[in-house]
Design a protein around this ligand. Structure first.
Ligand code: DOR
Ligand code: ZN
Length: 328
């Protein structure tokens, strides 16, 4: 008999973009409705690079989402990052992790890192204090095919990084390839990965289904079917190295539906349902709780959430668009 409801420990989202201003007020309640905590990405304009900036942003998130929700802040690494600042923000419980964007790899990454060697003093310090490095794992070399940028990143950047900082805790964010899934599976315990719902549901055909589909465009871009299946196998494997990170990344409609559309899929309103559908299709619903509510907390060294969430099986009419109230 098909299950009609499923109750699991309250989950966390280990990778989300909440934006700022009106967009923050629109989207944050969706994340807070499903997730007790979330790792909040720092790629605002300008990015979050100071303790005061992160603390203020956290306040704005609380105002938008309510105090029951726990935003776990991240620091945006740049070529100029100062190990003292990174460590202070961590010790003061302002941020939990730092995010590495290779310069120009994705949305608002222009201030990102041009050469990882510029970060070595900071990474040394993070390794020492046990602070997690979240990585956007794509090279930006225009000579590398866009579908290969994650696999090439592993060889060119991640392998040397792990060699140089063997104890550093690293999360390879939003993995999209068999290469990444297998690399993380076989790596030491301090290397983990998040997986989005879209990379479990879509392959690259979705980008061209009957025409160009900007709402299926995110970075890293969705890949061939064999890669989607590898991401699914990793997610439902029960391995503590893989956990939920939606990469929910809202953009206004005009920014998506454009001659140069932004990367990002806004999935927050039905994120948990999307994952549950995958786990059910894979016959692994009993492993959803580990993926959604346990593995990430263990990796980050945080307690598990109290309380539960119950999903009821039901037909849903998913709205095509949400209205953003622009106050002028
Ligand atoms: O699709 C994406 N959107 N990937 C990212 O890495 C960034 C994100 C965004 O901020 O829009
Ligand atoms: Zn992201």
């Amino acid at each position: 008999m098909t299950m009609q409801s499923l109750t699991i420990r309250r989950p966390d989202d280990w990778h989300v973009h909440l934006r700022d201003g009106e967009m923050l007020r629109l989207v944050a309640p969706f994340t807070a409705h499903q997730f007790a905590r979330a790792i909040v990405m720092p790629n605002l304009v300008p990015p979050i690079t100071t303790i005061a900036g992160a603390a203020d942003y956290r306040e704005r998130i609380w105002e938008a989402a309510g105090r029951d929700f726990q935003p776990l802040m991240t620091y945006y690494l740049t070529d100029e990052s100062d190990p003292e600042v990174v460590e202070s923000g961590f010790n003061d419980n302002v941020w939990l992790a730092a995010k590495l964007y290779p310069a120009n790899a994705t949305t608002n990454s222009a201030f990102g890192v041009t050469d990882i060697r510029n970060l070595h003093p900071t990474l040394e310090r993070m390794q020492w204090v046990g602070m997690v490095l979240c990585v956007h794992g794509e090279v930006t070399d225009p000579d590398v095919d866009v579908f290969d940028r994650e696999a090439v990143f592993i060889d060119r950047v991640l392998v040397p990084l792990i060699r140089d900082f063997p104890e550093l805790k690293i999360v390879l964010e939003h993995i999209t390839t068999a290469e990444a899934a297998h690399f993380v599976r076989d790596a030491p315990a301090n290397i983990a990965a998040t997986i989005t719902p879209q990379h479990l549901h879509l392959n690259r055909n979705a980008l061209f289904a009957g025409g160009l589909r900007p709402h299926a465009y995110c970075l890293p871009v969705v890949k061939r079917e064999n890669h989607r299946l590898a991401a699914r196998a990793a997610a439902v494997s029960g391995s503590p190295k893989f956990f939920l990170g939606t990469d929910s990344a809202p953009h206004s409609r005009h920014a998506k539906e454009s001659s140069c559309g932004c990367a990002g899929i806004f999935n927050a309103p039905y994120a948990l349902e999307s994952y549950a559908a995958v786990f059910e299709e894979e016959g692994a619903l009993d492993r959803l709780e580990g993926f959604a509510s346990e593995h990430g907390a263990h990796f980050y060294g945080l307690p598990l959430n109290e309380g539960t969430i119950t999903l009821q099986r039901a037909e849903n009419d998913i709205p095509e668009r949400l209205a953003l109230e622009i106050s002028i």
